[in-house]
Design a protein around this ligand. Structure first.
Ligand code: CP
Length: 309
């Protein structure tokens, strides 16, 4: 049972809560694989997606997760909503409460916006990515993908390479993976490593080879050009040459190691096309797993609401 009406990040989740979400996703993935593909678990409930930033995977999979579980599902287009007239986030949330919404999946450029919303609404708030803070359902789907492949998380070595400083995916994965007993190694240009990341449990590698050596999984992160003020590396070409991952580097990983990327990928920058489309890549499977994990989260939050609200 989850301990909160909201899912705001993995830093505050216990190992038991994370495991329960991952176990629930086994069941929801079976449902996705069946011909029927839908259930009535959330019949009569309403899910709203409220995205203040662009998204393909996260928003679509929340919408489909709601639909496949039998919920009513509505997307608020922030560009054409009353947000453009100056309505605050809290007033938008109170409006959704008044419309009897049960779940709000939100993405916002400001770290902490989902928490602020959650503190001011009766609906369950699910963080779909807040600034450079957390993206919990992305990390949960990454962990589910690893658990499907290896049957466990504890003891795995996961190498994360790329724009760690601007990445909410990196932070949520660090919290989730270490909580379940994995070792997380990170490598990036010095300008893309946040201060104090080691205190949160990351091992900082001195080279790509050291990060990848003996790894069970290699995760590339997108270079987030939209969050940079410039000057973090000389050019995309040089980034790719000195910090990207190609087939030769993968030879340092364990035989059979897998490649992950949250998407969208800058092809040829953080990973070469051969790695993205190669036999080690689980990038497409991650997208399917995102749907299963988000369905599991919605079911568990619905159970919390049933018992506590
Ligand atoms: N991984 C991820 O969050 O992708 P989107 O930006 O497409 O949602």
């Amino acid at each position: 049972m989850l301990r909160s009406k909201d899912l705001l990040g993995l830093q505050s989740l216990s190992a038991e809560e994370i495991s329960e979400i991952l176990e629930g996703a086994v069941t929801t993935k079976e449902l996705l694989k069946s011909d029927r593909k839908c259930s009535e678990d959330l019949k009569g409930k309403t899910l709203v997606t409220l995205f203040y930033e662009n998204s393909t995977r996260t928003r679509t999979s929340f919408e489909l997760a709601g639909k496949y579980l039998g919920a009513n599902e509505v997307n608020i287009s922030v560009a054409t909503s009353s947000v453009q007239k100056g309505e605050t986030l809290i007033d938008t949330g109170k409006t959704l409460d008044a419309l009897k919404v049960d779940f709000i999946a939100i993405r916002h450029p400001m770290a902490g916006a989902p928490k602020l919303l959650a503190e001011n609404v009766k609906a369950s708030v699910i963080n779909g990515g807040d600034g450079m803070h957390e993206h919990p359902t992305q990390a949960l789907l990454d962990m589910f993908t690893l658990k499907e492949r290896y049957g466990k998380i504890a003891g795995l070595k996961v190498a994360i390479l790329g724009d760690i400083k601007h990445s909410r995916v990196a932070l949520s994965n660090l919290f989730g993976l270490t909580r379940l007993g994995a070792e997380v190694y990170m490598y990036a240009p010095g300008t893309m490593i946040p201060k104090g990341i080691q205190r949160l449990g990351a091992h900082l590698a001195a080279s790509r080879e050291e990060a990848i050596e003996g790894a069970d999984a290699v995760m590339g992160l997108r270079i987030q050009l939209e969050r940079m003020n410039g000057g973090l590396f000389p050019s995309l070409g040089e980034y790719s040459r000195y910090y990207g991952v190609d087939g030769n580097l993968l030879k340092y990983a364990k035989p059979g190691a897998v490649v992950l990327h949250p998407g969208p990928v800058n092809r040829g920058v953080e990973l070469t096309p051969g790695v993205i489309d190669g036999k080690s890549s689980l990038i497409t499977e991650q997208v399917t797993n995102g749907l299963a994990v988000r369905m599991s989260v919605l079911k568990l939050l619905a159970a919390y609401r049933e018992n506590n609200i």
